[in-house]
Design a protein around this ligand. Structure first.
Ligand code: AMP
Length: 184
């Protein structure tokens, strides 16, 4: 069965891991803008060259770039009836663009907000060793999250789509919570 899902949460809350496992379990594409952007950086594309510095600093890549990427990805056949968005939208403009891309026939079904305390997410990120996981970039990402992305919680709550899931605990325990929410 296709599902149209969105995963929100602060950087380091374990969204990416949960999203990947969930997508494998239910057989829908995992649409992660962070993974797509890192892939551009690794392949040395023009887009990757433009995005790299912003990513390493913990800043957001401009809306038009990520919106175009997601629009193209969601137009692929495998996303016709199901997908899980991870790391997108991160701004109000991206959320509004997503509404336009999905239209009325593919509206989101559920938004899962993975929550974890700030000190925990900082520690998790500093232990990952990604190039944008330096302490300074991590602090910037958390600040950017608070200013630009956290307001989306209310945006989706107002539509009755949002469920909070406690992201503290081991990976399997958190996944079980996510699955329970989707089964409800
Ligand atoms: P993530 O893997 O989701 O933590 O993303 C890594 C980095 O990619 C972020 O810190 C941003 O620089 C960039 N990025 C990923 N998704 C987006 C997005 N939706 N909007 C803007 N920048 C993004």
């Amino acid at each position: 069965m296709g599902r149209r899902l969105l995963m929100l949460g602060p950087p380091g809350a374990g969204k990416g891991t949960q999203a990947e496992m969930l997508c494998r379990a239910i057989g829908i594409p995992h649409v992660s803008t962070g993974i797509m952007l890192r892939d551009h950086v690794e392949r040395g594309t023009d887009l990757g060259a433009r995005a790299r510095e912003m990513m390493d600093a913990g800043d957001l890549v401009p809306d038009d770039i990520v919106i175009a990427m997601v629009e193209e990805r969601l137009a692929a056949d495998d996303a016709a009836c199901g997908f899980l968005l991870d790391g997108f939208p991160r701004t109000r403009a991206q959320a509004e663009a997503l509404d336009d891309v999905l239209g009325s026939d593919r509206m989101l079904e559920a938004v899962i907000n993975i929550v974890a305390p700030e000190e925990e997410v900082v520690q998790r990120m500093l232990s990952r060793g990604r190039s944008d996981d330096t302490e300074e970039a991590v602090r910037t990402r958390i600040a950017v999250y608070g200013e630009q992305t956290a307001p989306l919680i209310e945006f989706y709550e107002a539509r009755g789509l949002l469920t909070q899931v406690d992201g503290v605990g081991d990976i399997e325990a958190v996944l079980a919570r996510v699955v329970a929410v989707l089964a409800a």
